[in-house]
Design a binder for this molecule. Structure first.
Ligand code: AMP
Ligand code: GLY
Length: 427
């Protein structure tokens, strides 16, 4: 069958790479893709926002499975557009994608279906929000989290340990800094603990967790510096023990599924629960309605099962027929970024050493690259996700960094400590 992947990041490269290995798949297309993706898929020059053109392409080329990588087309209703035209697609319908598109919707869904999460209040006016924050700190809160409601491309969340910082974040939201995503503000209790990413497949009837993983959101080693889209990931996350996973399945995933059914939401795709493992058990920080980036790069490297078969069965509401198999070896993904990211950075530098890096056995997933005069150049903030497995976490770390060290361009930047928490747990 022919498949179409929508998106142009490292996550989409990993999805294309894994689909390409399926004996069921004769051809992979990716719209719009990037330089690295062109090695495993034919690139289609259609932007992710052009839902009509994507559906036309799928129809004309007899695409039997479409997978939308990023949240934007899902929140725009790509699944509804495709299904109306009888085109098979993996992902939630627009109404269900609101679980990521609106933090307020997600919070009330969690509260209604007893999914453990931080206490929160939402505000549409600045002064009551400021007063609320002052009262919280006045009664001993150790921190407050301010979230602009709506998609703010991973920004729009401030974890404030000081009152003034929280007040400032609220003022910023109401100043219009996040566009329409700032008209409503969610103010949350600050949770403390270790984070983990739990992704699960669901077709609305069955829910199957994928291998656990952990992202590294901060820019610099030791989790310092500003939040980013993710500087690296690894799977499995040892913080998610078997018993914790069972608790997450019961308190988060099963309740999620009950909510989807009761609300009659169409969800045939992947749900991503960002979890904080607190002293009082796992709590959901956020839902995403798509694969995580860069978690997917590490997770899919460990998947033994045929992804095309799994995605077709999920899209056709036959997930009960799926039995996922995994490689035991851990995997880690180190993100190589452009110097200056997440602020301004320069683009267009030639990337050298890609073939050498892959000759070590690592896989280099491209996130922000393009071809210029026959050369691969950086075009994004996060540029590559160098991913490798090993028989244990320390070997996986060694393998990934050995490949990273072979790659360079002007002003390369990457964290040197990806998977440090897993490594420390071994000691
Ligand atoms: P979100 O976009 O809601 O996932 O938030 C982005 C990041 O902010 C999360 O991955 C956490 O690191 C942090 N965060 C969000 N909500 C909270 C919370 N209630 N307490 C502590 N940290 C949080
Ligand atoms: N890695 C975080 C995300 O995909 O949202």
């Amino acid at each position: 069958m022919k498949v179409l992947v929508v998106g142009n990041g490292g996550r989409e490269h990993a999805i294309c790479w894994k689909l390409k290995q399926s004996p069921l798949v004769e051809k992979v297309y990716c719209a719009p893709g990037n330089a690295g993706i062109s090695a495993v898929a034919e690139l289609v020059n259609i932007q992710v926002s052009d839902l009509g053109a994507l559906a036309d392409f799928a129809e004309k080329n007899k695409i039997e499975l479409t997978v939308a990588g990023p949240e934007a087309p899902l929140c725009d209703g790509i699944v509804d557009v495709f299904r109306k035209r009888n085109l098979r697609i993996f992902g939630p319908a627009k109404a269900a994608a609101e679980l990521e598109g609106s933090k307020e919707f997600a919070k009330s869904f969690m509260q209604k279906y007893s999914i453990p999460t931080a206490d929160a209040e939402s505000f549409t006016e600045q002064n009551p929000a400021l007063d609320y924050i002052r009262r919280q700190f006045g009664s001993g809160a150790k921190g407050i989290v301010v979230k602009a409601d709506g998609l703010a491309a991973g920004k729009g969340v401030t974890v404030a340990l000081k009152e003034e910082e929280a007040l400032q974040a609220v003022r910023e939201c109401f100043s219009g800094a996040f566009g329409s995503a700032g008209a409503k503000v969610l103010i949350e209790e600050c949770l403390f603990g270790e984070e983990a990413s739990i992704l699960a497949l669901t077709d609305g009837e069955t829910i199957i967790p994928l291998a656990s993983s952990q992202d590294h959101k901060r820019l610099m080693d030791n989790d310092e510096g500003p939040n980013t889209g993710g500087m690296g990931a690894y799977s499995p996350a040892p913080v998610v023990t078997e018993s914790l996973m069972a608790e997450i399945k019961r308190s988060v995933l099963d309740n999620f599924l009950r909510g989807i059914k009761e609300e009659k939401l169409c969800f045939r795709g992947v749900i991503y629960a960002g979890i904080m493992v607190t002293e009082k058990g796992p709590k959901v920080l956020e839902f995403n309605v798509r694969f995580g980036d860069p978690e997917t790069q590490a997770v899919l490297m460990r998947l033994k099962s045929d992804l095309a078969d799994v995605m077709v069965k999920t899209s056709d509401a036959m997930l009960d027929k799926v039995n996922l198999e995994w490689y035991d070896d851990p995997a880690i993904c180190v993100v190589m970024a452009s110097g200056g990211y997440p602020a301004n950075y320069e683009k267009g530098f030639e990337i050298k050493g890609l073939a050498d890096a892959e000759s070590t056995g690592a896989v280099v997933f491209h996130a922000g690259t393009s071809l210029k005069d026959g050369k691969i150049v950086n075009t994004g903030g996060r540029v590559l996700g160098v991913t490798a497995k090993g028989k244990d976490i320390s070997e996986a770390i060694k393998n990934a960094y050995r490949a990273v060290e072979k790659i360079s361009w002007k002003k390369t930047f990457y964290r040197k400590d990806i998977a440090f928490r897993a490594f420390e747990r071994l000691k």
